[in-house]
Design a protein around this ligand. Structure first.
Ligand code: C6P
Length: 421
């Protein structure tokens, strides 16, 4: 059997081992009806749902541990500090960082990228330098670099993509040169679903001594991330897209780089000493965590990772991949539906347009049937421009979605087409 066929069969076997009904029982939000219909939640790329164990961990903190961290000698503060720093250890193991101090807690991917822009970019990037991003970036990985380029008179270079939504890697190699000071690319595109070959892209950048930031907002929830194996310099992700509460997130950075960087914000808990003449900053990770953080949310992120570790992530990924394949097959079979983003390697996301129907109308009709999708530009306007569409409707999957839900989606899309024909 050919290698691709073999791996597809292996993936199908793994997907068939997934007990989706058992997994769904872990997510109380999925039990409700919307407009009299069972909720079909297909907006996981925006925010995924939270399992009962994470909800319970949040309640336990509020009921038994709520207090400020790192500051108090008292019992509750010590308990909260232990839980918060325990979550950092969990994150460290989850992404295989060398040390937990390399995992900086932030509100989410956006804040993580801005931390690197301020801490690294403003210190090390100057006039005439270049930053490389890609044509499929979310605004969170475009706007901060544009702001920096404007401030420093540096240049922003963009790796183009083909009509399938795959980066043109030869063009990327051509953009790298001695002026390049940073590469910032997404692991997985939120608008197209493309999985980028980040490991080889990082390797190419490192040949020029250029550090690489990975926007992992859509990567961490679906892929096994090993920052040492990838050898990325920064990796940012959001808790609320991986089964944790909003307000949680992480930016990983190599200790050597974080140590050289300026703090992002000044304030309490990020200092060793302060006089009116001079402040000495705290060591990692505190140097980057000024003020009281989102303690409950980050503890929730630790609990969400524990949950992910308790299910087979390999089987979950295979199941999601098989679901995406099935959904792609169903939607491509509907006349009038055009899928935006047909890369060979994709995760979780299915963006589409219907001739003569605005994506917001698609989203509204689907909502009437209890189906949650996102309609709009997905904070990736350059992607919409590249594909010459104002917006798309986007279904995005998690391991608790089912084939029946895909059927409900496909049948309702057929009805949308009937209504507008
Ligand atoms: N994408 C979506 O519906 P925050 O908002 O900081 O948690 O994540 C920002 C972000 C950065 N990069 C990528 C690739 C993303 O997908 C997102 C968030 C959501 O697609 C909300 S716009």
């Amino acid at each position: 059997m050919a290698t691709i066929e073999k791996s597809l069969t292996h993936e199908k076997e793994q997907a068939s081992l997934w007990d989706v009904e058992r997994i769904r029982a872990d997510f109380p939000v999925l039990r409700q009806t919307v407009n009299g219909k069972p909720l079909v939640y297909l907006d996981n790329a925006a925010s995924s749902q939270v399992p009962q164990v994470v909800i319970e961990r949040g309640s336990m903190y509020l009921e038994q541990e709520h207090s400020n961290i790192h500051r108090g000698v008292h019992y509750l503060s010590q308990k909260a500090t232990t839980a918060y720093e325990g979550a950092r250890e969990t994150v460290k193991r989850f992404i295989n960082a060398r040390e937990s101090k390399e995992c900086i807690f932030v509100r989410g991917t956006t804040e993580g990228i801005n931390l690197v822009m301020h801490g690294y970019g403003r210190k090390f990037i100057s006039a005439g330098d270049e930053i490389i991003i890609s044509a499929m970036e979310h605004h969170a990985n475009i706007v901060p670099w544009q702001m920096l380029c404007e401030e420093k008179a540096a240049g922003l270079r963009v790796i183009p993509m083909n009509d399938a939504g795959e980066l043109l890697l030869d063009e990327y190699e051509g953009l790298l040169n001695e002026r390049t000071k940073l590469v910032a690319v997404s692991h997985v595109s939120n608008a197209l679903g493309t999985i980028n070959p980040i490991k080889s892209m990082i390797e190419s950048a490192h040949k020029y001594g250029v550090p690489v930031l990975i926007d992992g907002a859509q990567g961490a929830p679906h892929m096994i991330v090993d920052v040492q194996d990838l050898d990325c310099d920064f990796y940012a992700f959001s808790g609320h897209k991986m089964f944790a509460p909003t307000g949680s997130g992480v930016v990983y950075g190599k200790a050597r780089l974080l140590e050289q960087m300026n703090p992002f914000q000044g304030g309490g808990d990020m200092i060793k000493s302060v006089t009116f003449e001079k402040t000495i900053f705290a060591d990692l990770p505190n140097k980057f965590e000024a003020g009281t953080p989102a303690i409950a949310s980050q503890i929730g992120l630790g609990a969400a990772i524990d949950y992910l570790n308790s299910i087979s992530r390999e089987h979950a990924a295979a199941y999601e991949h098989e679901l995406l394949r099935y959904a792609t097959e169903r939607l491509s079979g509907i006349e009038g539906v055009r899928i935006i983003g047909t890369a060979r390697d994709k995760a979780s996301v299915l963006s589409f347009v219907i001739d003569e129907v605005h994506p917001h109308d698609i989203g509204t009709i689907l909502d009437q049937e209890g189906i949650a999708v996102r309609a709009g530009h997905h904070c990736a306007q350059p992607v919409m421009q590249r594909f010459n569409v104002p917006a798309t409707a986007r279904a995005s999957f998690a391991f608790y979605n089912t084939r029946e839900e895909v059927n409900v989606l496909a049948n309702t899309i057929e009805r949308v087409i009937e209504i507008f024909s």
